[in-house]
Write a protein that binds this ligand. Structure first.
Ligand code: FAD
Length: 475
């Protein structure tokens, strides 16, 4: 392996002239674009409008050969190297200022094997695209709650959503991956081959190479599932959350119920006078038979006096996209996240206090509920260590006017700080913003960090893949 130490991070521009990139351009089946060239603006843009970086060049990879060429090119020249899957990550590490960016979003193939119940998936595929192909056979794997999220970044950090309490994290369902490592080699990683690398990519993010293909285990799901929303006045949130924590403690693995605290969007099934006022939303999905699902959600529907109850049999792919209208690209976003073992009264008070002072109508606090199959996996089975966590709180601050940056970020940090005494200190790596490098070792990986750092030293000793939630090579 060459020992070129990349000198610059994504804060420091590296201009790349047309002559410099010409040898790489000649090798590609996909495209390369530099500033001003067709496709460049689209290729450099991420979901979070807070991230506005200008890579020196973007390789729009068409396949593994392009990725190999780009990795070798960046390594030999000591360039900053950013890797983009679906472009959703809040931290924005998929973009660099100057340097080279590998954009995988054109690699869209999904091949489902309905007999073996597996899917072979390229890294530009979104959740909605994988769901669509797998649901053609009544199959699915656990993914996230917003259908435009990339499966690549989601998988590499862990991945959880409506199916996880029943079927585990996305990484618990990963069977193999093809990885272009820092020396520019394509390596197949699975339980049978390159087991250490396979362990590392199941939560270790983009630290170990560029994944050009994921193979997932699929399960029968739907195609119709009981799912939907129950919306309550915010005034009743305290007692509802207290009932909620009892209800989810006894819920079957098939039932997942998350809470969203926010101002009501103008949903057609809500009375107009409720629009723009604070509400508590229960969002629930039963990953099993419709009849059983209707029975399982009955206690949730019986709570309080809701403003609206729109739970019922729904196509799984439609439910997977239900939150998309609230999570469109192009807004400014800042997240802070805490893991909780239990939803205590004090944590509830902190959330209610801050939600009564939301800085913009698009901001929200959501309470994700885990447990079930996720928590039955040993801590050291994958890099994701939070196997005892039951609630993931995400403070999702969202706004449009840059003048509100300070107020919105300050609100998120204040809520995060106030929750800290009630939280584990751990954090899901995929919910970390770009300014939390100090949380990577103990917060994101805890007991698994040491093994990750020593594998990083083996697979990427020069830290070529460092524009991510970075694991420093040990030694
Ligand atoms: C609106 C929204 C909703 C979300 N909901 C959920 C949810 O329900 N559950 C959940 O688990 N997560 C959720 N997330 C978090 C999500 O998992 C992360 O943002 C994830 O990183 C997105 O992946 P991406 O490919 O779209 O991101 P990108 O920004 O493209 O990639 C993120 C990072 O991953 C690495 N990377 C990406 N692709 C590759 C690759 N092929 N090889 C090597 N490294 C790569 C790079 O380091 C990159 O910086 C959500 C995010 C958003 C914005």
């Amino acid at each position: 392996m060459a020992t070129v130490m990349p000198k610059l991070d994504h804060a420091a521009p590296e201009a790349l002239s047309a002559e410099t990139v010409a040898p790489l351009r000649d090798k590609l089946r996909g495209a390369l674009c530099t500033p001003g060239e067709p496709g460049y603006e689209e290729a450099r843009t991420l979901w979070n409008a807070m991230i506005d970086r200008h890579p020196g060049a973007v390789v729009r990879a068409a396949g593994a050969a392009d990725v190999i060429a780009a990795v070798r090119f960046a390594r030999e020249r000591g360039l900053s190297l950013a890797v983009r899957g679906g472009g959703h990550n809040i931290a924005g590490n998929a973009a660099c200022e100057g340097g080279l960016r590998i954009d995988l979003s054109k690699m869209k193939s999904v091949r489902v094997d309905p007999v073996r119940r597996t899917a072979r998936v390229e890294p530009g595929v979104t959740i909605g695209e994988l769901d669509r192909e797998a649901q053609a056979f009544g199959l699915a794997t656990p993914l996230g709650i917003n259908s435009t999220t990339g499966v690549a970044g989601l998988t590499l950090g862990g991945g959880f959503g409506w199916l996880s309490r029943k079927l585990g994290l996305t990484v618990d369902n990963l069977l193999s991956a093809d990885v272009v490592t820092a020396d520019g080699q394509l390596v197949h990683a699975s339980e049978e081959e390159n087991r250490d690398l396979f362990w590392a990519v199941r939560g270790g993010g983009g630290n170990f190479g560029v994944v050009t293909s994921f193979e997932y285990r699929l399960h029968p799901v739907g195609p119709v599932v009981v799912s939907g929303l129950v919306i309550h006045p915010f005034a009743n949130a305290r007692e509802l959350l207290s009932s909620y924590r009892q209800l989810v403690a006894g819920a079957p693995d098939e039932l997942t119920c998350w809470v969203v605290l926010r101002k009501a969007p103008p949903l057609p099934f809500l009375p107009p006078e409720v629009h723009g006022t604070e509400v508590l939303v229960f969002a629930a999905c039963y990953a099993g038979e419709v009849e059983e699902g209707l029975k399982a959600v009955a206690p949730l529907r019986a709570l309080g006096k809701p403003l609206a109850d729109v739970i019922g049999p729904t196509p799984f792919v439609a439910w997977q996209a239900a939150f998309d209208p609230l999570l469109t690209p192009g807004a400014r976003n800042y997240w802070k996240s805490q893991n909780l073992l239990e939803l205590g009264d004090a944590a509830i008070e902190v959330m209610l206090d801050h939600v009564s002072r939301l800085p913009t109508p698009e901001c929200e606090v959501f309470i994700g509920n885990l447990g079930g199959a996720v928590n039955r996996v040993p801590v050291d089975a994958t890099p994701y260590p939070h196997r005892d966590v039951h609630f993931v709180i995400n403070v999702h601050t969202r706004w449009s006017d840059p003048a509100l940056d300070g107020a919105c970020i300050a609100w998120a940090r204040a809520l995060f700080d106030a929750l800290a005494p009630h939280a584990t200190g751990g954090v899901y790596v995929n919910f970390m913003p770009g300014d939390e490098a100090q949380r990577v070792s103990q917060g994101a990986y805890g007991a698994n960090y040491e093994r990750l750092a020593s594998l990083k030293a083996r697979y990427d000793p020069e830290n070529l893949f460092r524009l991510n939630q970075n694991i420093r090579p040990a030694g």
